[in-house]
Design a protein around this ligand. Structure first.
Ligand SMILES: N[C@@H](CCC(=O)N[C@@H](CS)C(=O)NCC(=O)O)C(=O)O
Length: 223
């Protein structure tokens, strides 16, 4: 039976142009052919900690997605909601084993790499351990490199032109922003040629290119 998607809800994505978690959601929305309204939450000004934003996302972390009356926190939950609500085109493969492989790639980034290079983690390292900006950058680079090394093997097992096979999946939604962030922290990506190639191939897709941080309305002009 062909997959069908319902008429899109009015989608409002609260996030920040350079946030990797917001970038994930933009990629998924774009791949589904969905439009959305960007609601900027300026992380540099601490807007994510304000009362108004915490009413949507009590952790004070971006992104949050509003879909008509529904408010969804946490990018993995948002991505799964998008996939379940708008199944066409699918961003998960058809068999449980393949879906598990895609979710493992996603979790390697979402659970084990990304949380360690968050502004709130850097703030704590600075406050409690007198970490200088060079120290927090080295910290981030360490955890990113360790995580990417394992991910390179997962992608070697399953990848084609993209992270999993040759069709975009949720794994690409996570990988592209993580490679962007790795570049921000000056991580040497030469040990991860498959990841670099997969992210470049995904990034060349028009929907993914449109999700790039520099293309967002809240990005500074020189980004
Ligand atoms: N697991 C959460 C993580 C969200 C998250 O860490 N967002 C970052 C930006 S990428 C944030 O809002 N950081 C604000 C801070 O650290 O104060 C998700 O995937 O939505």
């Amino acid at each position: 039976m062909p997959l069908t998607s319902p008429t899109p809800a009015r989608l409002r994505l609260h996030g920040y142009w350079r946030s990797g978690t917001t970038y994930r959601v933009r990629i998924a929305l774009g791949l589904k052919g969905l439009g959305w309204e960007t609601v900027p939450v300026n992380l540099l000004e601490g807007a994510q900690k304000g009362e108004a934003y915490r009413r949507l996302q009590p952790q004070g972390l971006v992104p949050a997605l509003e879909a008509d009356g529904l408010v969804i926190a946490q990018s993995p939950a948002i991505l799964e909601w998008i996939e379940e609500t708008y199944p066409d085109p699918p961003l998960l493969p058809s068999t449980p084993a393949d879906r598990a492989a895609v979710r493992a790639m996603a979790a390697a980034i979402a659970c084990d790499i990304h949380p360690l290079h968050n502004p709130r983690v850097f703030a704590r390292l600075k406050q409690d351990h007198a970490a200088a900006p060079a120290d927090t950058e080295a910290w981030a680079a360490h955890w990113i490199a360790e995580g990417l090394a394992a991910l390179e093997q997962l992608v070697a097992r399953h990848g084609g032109g993209l992270a999993f096979g040759d069709r975009p999946t949720l794994a690409d939604c996570y990988l592209v922003p993580q490679i962007y962030t790795a570049n921000r922290f000056h991580v040497d990506l030469s040990p991860y040629p498959r990841l670099v190639a997969a992210a470049a191939a995904a990034g060349a897709l028009p929907a993914v290119a449109a999700a790039h941080p520099a293309a967002q309305p809240d990005a500074p002009p020189a980004a």
